[in-house]
Design a protein around this ligand. Structure first.
Ligand SMILES: Nc1ncnc2c1ncn2[C@@H]1O[C@H](COP(=O)(O)OP(=O)(O)OP(=O)(O)O)[C@@H](O)[C@H]1O
Ligand SMILES: [Mg+2]
Length: 364
């Protein structure tokens, strides 16, 4: 069993604590993505799991074993880094088999595992080439192949796609997802790209400043963010977050405009409470250009400062409650600068966070 458990894991560099007591359980064969802004402790957490960094406090278990004091090579996990270094003078075949040879595996085992990895990754035709004769994506696959041949209990990936151009990134993202369904293993994958997190993960771990902010399936963190940080980090373009106050069953913004209190949230707030009203651009659409008109909604006339054409939709930069806010126009028509449009805000999809704590008012 290759489940991974972190109990109150702390990392200090000298006197500076950078990971503050993380608790996380990763199930056997689960694909977990650690996501968060630069410096939040993603790589440090991954490196502690790999054994490349000591942990300052707490426990890490892999399967049944407490691995706090086990060196990396005894943990039976493979790590694929951002900067994968292939041996330039070796063929693909030799690159794939090198680690096993060093570990003194018999030639027959090396050949078998290398062929297996090559066929999984579609490298069989390229075995005699050197890295210089490969594309970026093919090199990345060789780097993954080197991890696969070891038959590890878990794969750890640290931003493996960040050196690739945008198109290749998307392609490799799909390949990694397919790879996981072929080679069932536990994966812990680090990225600061929330789209990568959404598309790859069984569960997403959102981190900030050495803390875990939320753990959940992609749909959970997208639809039920526990706080304003997760709300603004997951989803692109980010959720609009507008300061407001609950007054007489209404959400009143700073400029005294407002919307009715969303029915499904009314029992969780009290009159006079300072809140943050959250609505995604997708749920703030001009009349006739939204996804669906059903459910509780509010209509507001808003002036469009700027329209950004994306093809199938247009992003509309406007102001809501005196704050800059973004709406979306589906099935778009031409919009003029400073044109005023009737926007429909889907209140069924809106969020309310306590202004003091930043936490969602709804205890999901
Ligand atoms: N060897 C070190 N000595 C001191 N501080 C360190 C060391 N390595 C990392 N840190 C600090 O620990 C914190 C977490 O770093 P970490 O590399 O885990 O961030 P990250 O989430 O992976 O960021 P990025 O997205 O930029 O890769 C940062 O504040 C960083 O400056
Ligand atoms: Mg990092």
């Amino acid at each position: 069993m290759s489940e991974i458990r972190l109990n109150n894991v702390v990392k200090r560099y000298g006197r500076v604590e950078v990971v503050h007591g993380i608790n996380l359980e990763i199930a056997h064969n689960e694909f977990v993505v650690l996501v968060g802004p630069s410096g939040c402790g993603k790589s440090t957490t991954l490196r502690m799991i790999a054994g490349l960094e000591d942990i300052s406090d707490g426990e890490i278990h892999i399967g049944d074993a407490l691995v706090n004091d086990l060196p990396p090579r005894k943990r039976n996990i493979s790590m694929v880094f951002q900067n994968y270094a292939l041996y330039p003078h070796m063929s693909v075949r030799e690159n794939l088999g090198f680690g096993l040879k060093i570990a003194k595996q018999p030639d027959a085992v090396v050949a078998e595992r290398v062929d297996e990895a090559a066929s999984i990754l579609g490298l069989s035709e390229l075995m005699d080439r050197t890295p210089a004769e490969l594309s970026g994506g093919q090199r990345q696959r060789v780097a993954m192949g080197r991890a696969i041949v070891r038959h590890p209990e878990a794969f750890l990936f640290d931003e493996p796609l960040s050196n690739l151009d945008a198109k290749l990134r998307v392609q490799m993202r799909t390949e990694i997802k397919k790879l996981h369904s072929k080679v069932k293993t536990t994966v812990v994958y680090v990225t600061h790209d929330q789209v990568e997190a959404m598309t790859l993960a069984d569960r997403i771990v959102v981190m900030k400043d050495g803390h875990i902010e939320q753990v959940g399936t992609p749909m959970e963190v997208f639809n039920h963010p526990l706080n304003t940080f997760v709300a603004s980090f997951i989803g692109s373009p980010p959720m609009n977050l507008i300061p407001a106050r609950i007054e007489d069953g209404k959400v009143v913004f700073g400029d005294k405009t407002g919307v009715p209190l969303p029915n499904r949230l009314s029992e969780f707030v009290s009159d006079g409470q300072e809140v943050i009203f959250g609505i995604r651009p997708d749920d703030m659409t001009p009349e006739g250009h939204g996804i669906s008109d059903s459910g509780q909604s509010a209509t507001l006339e808003l002036t469009v400062d700027l329209a950004e054409l994306l093809g199938t939709e247009t992003l509309l930069y406007t102001h809501l409650g005196g704050q800059e806010a973004l709406g979306k126009m589906f099935d778009p028509r031409h919009v003029q600068e400073n044109e005023t449009l009737k926007f429909r805000l889907s209140l069924d999809k809106a969020h309310l966070f306590d202004a003091g704590t930043g936490k969602s008012v709804r205890p999901d």
